[in-house]
Design a protein around this ligand. Structure first.
Ligand SMILES: [Zn+2]
Ligand SMILES: [Zn+2]
Length: 348
């Protein structure tokens, strides 16, 4: 689940869209309150987002005969906020202030390896409005810095995705980015390439239409979770990753007991696999493989607590071949939790 830590170490690589209106009010979660339910249309599995949940996981990489390596932590949390649309002025007191809900989920992966440090934050906001319905952000900070944003919603009658990413800013006129020439007679020039977050600017956004029911990658985890809660054995739906659309299939597998640092849980297994959405152009070059959350490749297995749907264990492999070991197997194991559904806890 933390492949980006490693990928980014191998591959070279911020700011923000218009902010969501100010002064959000957390919607208090009473004990046992039902999760926020986000409908995705006729016949589609909804998202069920707990109102105030925080799960902490250990990220372990299996190095075969070399043993296990704890490479970091992942925090997975969700919540619900109520936000006034725009700022009401003093004259507006009489007028009814329009409110909208933002249900959000956030995954923060923190880790490091051999002096390389990285924090990757993924967040998905589901907004009770037509555009955007989903605001998805992917931000890396640390030894590498980069940022990506995806918005999905109804735009001029069609489900549309708007994607933008940042890059280093060569050629900008900010003299704060200039470095002195090594030659006494040379002029200062803009730095050629660096990893500073402050030197990054947004590329222009790219727009496209996407199939009905499309979501971001992080939200897909909560669709899988909702399947456990609602007793759905199989589904498929489109996922937007950067500018591409994939078809993700989720199937329920066997139910098994799993031991993780938080204890022993009886788990329902959901297997996520992906292929290119029918009609999508084949990605150029060999780089056309689907990469799930944090870069996990191939089939992702998520083990959810069979009763409550709380994710307990996530297994997958990282697309980094290691001599003698092959692809890296990664396992994300629940360590501690709060705000989980009533009655959730380890056996015994
Ligand atoms: Zn610059
Ligand atoms: Zn720079």
């Amino acid at each position: 689940m933390i492949a980006a830590l490693f990928l980014a170490a191998l591959l070279p690589s911020p700011q923000s869209f218009r902010p969501i209106p100010v002064a959000p009010v957390k919607v208090a979660a009473e004990p046992g309150a039902a999760p926020a339910r986000i409908e995705r249309g006729e016949g589609q599995v909804p998202l069920l987002l707990p109102r105030e949940e925080e799960l902490l996981f250990d990220v372990i990489i299996d190095l075969g005969i070399l043993g296990d390596l704890d490479v970091g932590d992942v925090t997975l949390s969700s919540g619900l906020e109520r936000t006034p649309r725009g700022l009401p002025s003093a004259r507006d007191v009489e007028r009814k202030v329009e409110l909208f809900d933002r249900a959000w989920v956030k995954a923060i992966a923190k880790g490091g390896y051999a002096g390389y440090e990285l924090t990757q934050t993924l967040s998905a906001s589901h907004l009770s409005q037509e555009w955007p319905r989903i605001l998805y952000k992917d931000m890396q900070r640390g030894s590498e810095n980069r940022e990506r944003e995806l918005r999905i919603g109804m735009f001029e009658g069609a489900l549309t995705a708007d994607y933008r990413s940042d890059r280093h800013c060569p050629g900008c006129t900010d003299h704060g980015h200039f470095v002195d020439s090594v030659w006494a007679w040379g002029d200062p020039y803009h730095c050629k390439k660096c990893k500073l977050a402050a030197h990054r600017i947004w590329r222009d956004p790219v727009h496209r239409t996407v199939p009905e029911g499309a979501v971001d990658m992080l939200s897909a985890v909560y669709i899988a979770r909702a399947m456990v809660q609602l007793g759905v054995k199989e589904t498929s739906f489109p996922i937007v990753d950067q500018q591409k659309v994939w078809r993700v299939k989720i199937q329920q597998g066997s139910t098994q007991w799993q031991d993780v640092p938080a204890g022993r849980f009886e788990c329902a297994q959901m297997m996520l696999s992906a292929g290119l959405e029918p009609g999508e152009p084949k990605p150029e070059g060999g780089a056309g493989k689907f990469q799930g959350l944090f870069g996990i490749q191939g089939t992702i297995r998520i083990w959810f607590d069979a009763k409550s749907g709380v994710p307990i264990l996530i297994q997958g492999s990282l697309p980094i071949p290691v001599p003698l070991v092959g692809d890296l197997d990664i396992s994300v194991q629940l360590k501690s939790f709060k705000g989980t559904p009533a009655g959730f806890g380890p056996a015994r």
